[in-house]
Design a binder for this molecule. Sequence first.
Ligand code: PBG
Ligand code: ZN
Length: 326
Amino acid sequence: MQFPRIRLRRLRYKENIRRLVRENRLSVDDLVYPLFVTYGNNIKKPITSMPGVYNFSLDLLLAEISQIIELKIPAVLLFGIPEKKDSVGSGAYDEEGIVQQAVRAIKAKYPEIIVITDVCLCEYTDHGHCGIIEENEILNDQSLQLLAKTALSHARAGADIIAPSDMMDGSVAVIRDKLDRQGFQNIPIMAYSVKYASSYYGPFREAAGSAPKFGDRRSYQMDFANGLEAIRETALDVDEGADIIMVKPALAYMDVIRMIKENFNSPLAVYNVSGEYSMVKAAAKMGWIDERAVVMETLTGFKRAGADIIITYHAKDVAGWIREDC
Ligand code: PBG
Ligand code: ZN
């Protein structure tokens, strides 16, 4: 049976019919907004390569959180920029560290917003790698205890979800064990299961001051030429106790998002990373694209590919647009 009896355009003529048959919808419920918190007072420092994104000191962070709540965004993802860095990333697991303080301050004032904390060492190490090093090698097993210690300190501060982004083998298991042994059985882990060694992280590294001082991250993050490896990575994380799995970046990895969705039943997050954001912002500023339309198309595309949760620097704008459209 085919044309002229079947005409797919029949369902496209009227907006209200299009609404009835629409397969995917972006909702504010899907969004997570990343935030960078730094030391000092009264600081709202713009990130040059990410227009609209800032480093906030604790006092101004709270005002930002109040806006995010007003927009009905359910969750934020916290990154810390410490005052001092050292070879073992002490600031990451300091009970008085920047993220620990931020979590306590947010949860004290706004208990309902979900605070997800990124667990990694790269923002806290002077060499900028995600684990500790010896003779330019990133040591896997020796880094695990420090990552677990970081996760525990976040949980103690009141974090709602722990998100390890280090890409060390075994880190989800070690973090799960540590949390369980210390009474945090009910704190979920959102694992950066499929994290590629990507040039799209460039602007983030400006924001977090976390670019590696030597070499690159290709000995621990995934090779972007690989797809099947994503299944092995995710299977391990699920096995180790990940509650939510993630694919990162998102835009150049739509095939991977779909594949992970088809192979696993865990809630799937995708990270629409800094470079993806910056490209849109730059083109929009030049007047070359319609920012709102392009962002809605891209984020709806993530949902179509299989994302349940979208971590994006566009979250505040998108929440506002969705509200206007209602
Ligand atoms: C830290 C981390 C990175 C991002 C999130 N967590 C950077 C990296 O691995 O170099 C990137 C986020 C973004 O680009 O928006 N491990
Ligand atoms: Zn890292």
